[in-house]
Design a protein around this ligand. Structure first.
Ligand SMILES: [Zn+2]
Length: 398
């Protein structure tokens, strides 16, 4: 940490412009104490890590929630100077006694005040929520910023996200769709990276776009509400089709309980499970909170509601109620998210695509009319994958 108190209760921040000589003198003549636990801390004036205070033994402080790594220390210092350069009043490790927390950076002049948490280590959902809730209870907004070493890129446009990142996904207002994004920061490169997420591919893999900017090119407003340049999608359809092939060729012994459940329904109706129509398993950006693979919850909608035959009806509310039941019965899984994400939007967006392919027609209110019976033909894999690709090209222009 960069901030400690002296015996007289004065706050000393090592990010202020002290010279090494001044600090050495202070170190020789004074004692320093942790703001939150009151234990004595040591001033470290080494050359390899930014000057900082440390508890006498690591893990001594009951209020320090993660180990102070070099990346975390450097990041806080770089962010502090970046804010200062941009004329933003910021406090590093500002101690909030009422909640016994000290957010990495605290911006008291913003309305509401803002805390920036530079998160490098993995913490559990409960801890994440407790931190977020206690700051919110003080009327403080919290912005999560992750260390860039946490960004797991599997291929161009394909990323793996941990539960912690997923929980903090932030909604972004675009004119057409509901999308989500995350922020990362590399202290050594002084680079911000915004990961705009388009849609979930599996429960941990996401198709998205990364956009990096040096800290000198970006101000606080752009950091908080980043705008995205016309995105470049290199290969998302390839990732999607490969995943669809994987789903279509999965073998029975490897089926999850939900797959077995849907398989049984298909078998009863003499549908070959793996031969499902191309409109089952479509990318839906707003389904970010649904951890169940897209093709499964979509197959459930088709086999339970859209199968009623030409001229029949169903409502969105029916699907919503059924979906909740499937969650309660643990057939469907949702991600834990700090801001609750209703699934209604995901369901509506999927139904919109079904109406674009002519399968259903939305009526007034939340009801839909079925225009044709489901064609669930037994076709060879190659033909199925061609149909999958054709539909992607039709529905997604980018
Ligand atoms: Zn302490």
């Amino acid at each position: 940490m960069f901030v400690a108190m002296n015996k007289r209760g004065k706050r000393i921040s090592l990010l202020e412009s002290f010279s090494l000589k001044e600090l050495q003198e202070m170190k020789g003549s004074e004692h320093f104490y942790c703001q939150s636990c009151g234990e004595e801390v040591i001033m470290k004036l080494g050359q390899s890590v930014a000057w900082h205070f440390a508890h006498k033994a690591a893990g001594d402080c009951p209020n320090q929630h993660e180990p102070e790594t070099r990346t975390h220390l450097t990041g806080k210092s770089k962010l502090y100077h970046w804010l200062k350069t941009n004329g933003v009043k910021a406090e590093v490790e500002y101690y909030l006694p009422a909640i016994q927390r000290r957010p990495d950076l605290y911006l008291p002049e913003r309305v509401p005040p803002l805390a920036i948490e530079f998160q490098c280590a993995t913490i559990g959902y409960e801890q994440l929520k407790a931190r977020s809730d206690s700051l919110a209870a003080e009327g403080i907004r919290v912005c999560w910023l992750f260390g860039s070493h946490r960004l797991k890129k599997l291929a161009p446009n394909l990323f793996k996200l941990s539960a912690m990142e997923l929980a903090t996904l932030q909604e972004m207002a675009t004119h057409s769709e509901r999308t989500y994004f995350l922020r990362y920061f590399s202290p050594t490169k002084k680079l911000f990276c915004f990961l705009q997420l388009l849609f979930p591919l599996t429960s941990t893999q996401f198709i998205g776009i990364e956009h990096s900017q040096p800290d000198s090119h970006i101000n606080l407003k752009e950091f908080l509400t980043p705008s995205f340049h016309s995105p470049v999608y290199l290969s998302w359809k390839r990732h999607w089709l490969r995943q669809k092939k994987h789903w279509r060729t999965k073998v029975l012994p490897k089926f999850s309980p939900l797959e077995r459940y849907l398989f049984t329904i298909c078998a009863r109706r003499r549908h070959v499970f793996s031969s499902y129509p191309a409109y089952i398993g479509l990318p839906i950006a707003s389904s970010i909170a649904i951890a169940t693979p897209p093709y499964l919850w979509q197959m459930w909608i088709i086999t339970h509601f859209v199968n009623r035959g030409k001229g029949a009806y169903f409502t969105l509310e029916e699907i919503e109620r059924g979906f909740q039941k499937m969650v309660l019965q643990r057939y469907f899984q949702l991600h834990l998210m700090l801001r609750f994400q209703p699934i209604r939007q995901a369901l509506t967006d999927y139904l919109l695509l079904l109406s674009r392919v002519g399968l259903i027609t939305p009526l007034s209110g939340d009801s839909y009319r079925i225009n044709q019976s489901i064609e669930w033909k037994n076709l060879d894999l190659e033909t199925l994958l061609k149909k999958d690709q054709k539909l992607l090209d039709l529905l997604y222009a980018f």
